[in-house]
Design a protein. Structure first.
Length: 234
């Protein structure tokens, strides 16, 4: 009888461990991302595959943001810039320039917090101010949100949805904030790249150096560099 009780306890614990493991995914090698049941407005890539979308998450390095835009303009490429509200508030002219050049502006939260540790109200309180700020700066409504570090939970997606935002992740991560090797960044961005993919980058010095090669690869392989919303068919 005692052995049966122990066996039952072991099985219950094992099931709990398996459930926990299955509930967590690792995206791009640097972010533990909670898998949510609210997948309606959650995207890792585009099934419509209208092109490849470069995503730049921005909380720093304004000079590099301008340099990236210049490189994109030279190739006729478009991208989506997910902007932190605290950065955008200090760089209003740059935010407007991003939109004026035909790129997409989206939310990256306000203070770069860990959304996976927040409940619904906390997620809403972190996302909503950034949306209001960006909408006011652009005099138009943004439609996308990317959680910092790729950390989110059900409440994050639900809060974003309540603000009419799609939650955007990525299909490949350059990890340019950590690694300074141009060749490595280029390989991560382009190896076996397919239409519909979302490529995560940041306005780092190495990214500025790698971007011309990435853009050349995209062009020479018959792919189009488009915004996330366009890629999703909006």
């Amino acid at each position: 009888m005692k052995n049966k009780i122990i066996s039952v306890i072991v099985n219950v614990v094992l099931c709990a461990v398996i459930a926990t493991v299955c509930a967590v995914g690792f995206i791009g090698g640097d972010a533990a991302t909670q898998v949510t049941s609210n997948g309606e407005n959650l995207y890792y890539k585009s099934e419509k595959a209208k092109g490849v979308s470069m995503m730049f998450n921005v909380y720093q390095n304004t000079d590099n943001v301008y340099a990236i835009m210049d490189l994109l303009d030279a190739e006729g490429a478009k991208a989506t810039f997910f902007l932190g509200g605290s950065w955008a508030d200090d760089n209003i002219d740059c935010v407007r320039d991003i939109a004026a050049r035909g790129h997409e502006v989206a939310s990256h939260g306000y203070f770069h917090k860990d959304h996976s540790k927040m409940n619904y109200e906390q997620n809403l309180a972190e996302i909503r101010p950034s949306v209001k700020l960006l909408n006011a700066i652009l005099n138009s409504e943004i439609s996308l949100f990317a959680p910092p570090s790729g950390a989110f939970n059900d409440s994050t997606v639900t809060a974003a949805t309540s603000l009419n935002l799609k939650t955007i992740m990525w299909s490949r991560d350059t990890i340019d904030w950590r690694d300074k090797d141009v060749s490595l960044i280029c390989e991560r961005a382009t190896k076996n790249l397919q239409s519909g993919e979302f490529i995560l980058m940041h306005p780092m010095d190495v990214t500025v150096k790698a971007l011309p090669q990435i853009l050349t690869y995209i062009r020479e392989n018959g792919l189009n560099a488009v915004t996330v919303s366009y890629n999703l068919g909006e």
